[in-house]
Ligand binder design. Structure first.
Ligand code: KG4
Ligand code: ZN
Length: 372
């Protein structure tokens, strides 16, 4: 299906329940898109399964699906109660329909369908990545179009976002996602899951210059990312590093190497985007779990300033998976007239820019690992 960019939210004043179950967070939220386009998060409930998966060092799909089934009803009830609303007050229900662990996605999507059917509400099947794409708009007004760097556990891509449902991919990772690189390197250093926040904490006060790490793709043309060389080199180094000070320096070096690569590719994309949007306001948004990393955030903020872009990032609570971003993506879709039927299916893979994913064989749509 090809969608035309629609930036004019003509039907305003929508209250939407959002449901998110694509990975290891069971989440529900109620968001209101006001008549003047303002966004209010009336509730945002997140139940993390980190403790259930931690013994295995990563997300176990069967455990995730079962945990979602067990608590989805109570999480939705809690979100409605916190918003102080009944189902009759809603304008629609939005549920993540992919990409992600399909057993979990089915749980949230089925719950959304059941509420929509029972209450006669429109259903919006939301792409999880579109949720991340609008996540910064939960805190502040950001006009379309914008350049987006989406960096999560499953994705690492640069996109031009022209409007609701209108994304064009400029580049993406040719191997691991940035969050996956954080997680795998942290694991090889013996840090707990999820590795990104643990590695950031360890890196505090470390010297990033002490351990030389490979500078994958730096300075090359194009907007693609690669983290596998860094992952292998860091894992090899980690084997011989036991001194606490040295471990801290290695963590700082890894974090700096990831931030440097993200910033190098993004700066190139900014220059290209600016050339195509001359005379217009230039906006850059970073979103996804890795956007919570302070070093990454600050490096990108500097690149944005240097290239004449306004910089936007979600508040920390909306960087990682949540249902408020799914509710907002659903509300924007509803306002633009996009409604899904009951035949909407859970999709393990679902690239935001389907055209680019189908025509570019170097990029497998979606991801290989547990997170998507
Ligand atoms: O967006 P998200 O919650 O889930 C996906 O859709 O993938 O992102 C989770 C990823 C994990 O890989 C996690 O390690 C990483 O984001 N992450 C971080 C930080 N917080 C979360 N990476 C680096 N620094 C952080 N502070
Ligand atoms: Zn996510």
């Amino acid at each position: 299906m090809s969608l035309q960019p629609k930036t004019d939210l003509t039907v305003l004043g929508l209250t939407v329940l959002g449901i998110e179950t694509s990975c290891d967070e069971t989440a529900a939220a109620v968001v209101r898109l006001g008549e003047d386009g303002t966004v209010s998060v009336l509730s945002s409930i997140i139940a993390s399964q980190i403790a259930e998966h931690a013994p295995y060092g990563g997300v176990v799909p069967e455990i995730a699906a079962r945990a979602h089934v067990e608590i989805i009803d109570s999480i939705i009830r809690e979100a409605m109660a916190k918003a102080d609303l009944g189902f009759a007050d809603l304008s629609g229900v939005a549920a993540t329909a992919g990409p992600g662990l399909v057993g979990g996605v089915m749980v949230g999507l089925s719950a959304g369908k059941a509420i929509a059917l029972a209450r006669g509400l429109p259903l919006v099947a939301v792409n999880h990545l579109e949720g991340h794409a609008v996540s910064a708009r939960l805190d502040q007004a950001i006009d379309y179009p914008f350049l987006l760097l989406l960096v999560s556990g499953g994705h690492c891509q640069l996109l031009e976002v022209a409007g609701v449902g209108a994304c064009r991919r400029l580049g993406s990772t040719i191997d691991d996602a940035a969050g996956e690189a954080f997680d795998k390197i942290a694991k090889s250093m013996g840090l707990p899951y999820p590795g990104g926040p643990a590695l950031e904490k360890l890196a505090e006060g470390g010297d990033p210059t002490r351990h030389p790490l490979p500078r994958s793709l730096l300075g090359r043309g194009g907007f693609d990312f690669s983290f596998s060389g860094l992952k292998t080199a860091a894992a090899r180094m980690a084997e011989g590093v036991t001194d606490p000070g040295e471990r801290r320096d290695l963590a700082a070096a890894v974090q700096a190497a990831i931030a440097r690569q993200l910033t190098d590719r993004t700066a190139k994309a900014m220059a290209s985007y600016a050339g195509r949007h001359q005379g217009h306001d230039l906006r850059f948004v970073v979103a996804g779990g890795v956007a919570a990393n302070k070093a990454v955030r600050e490096a990108l903020r500097s690149a944005a300033t240097a290239n004449g872009f306004s910089f936007f990032a979600p508040s920390l609570a909306y960087c990682t998976d949540n249902a408020a971003m799914i509710a907002l993506a659903g509300a924007e879709r509803l306002a633009a007239g996009f409604i899904s039927g009951m035949e909407a299916v859970a999709r393990p893979r679902w690239p935001l820019d389907e055209a680019a994913a189908l025509t570019d064989p170097t990029h497998v749509p979606g991801r290989k690992g547990a997170k998507a």
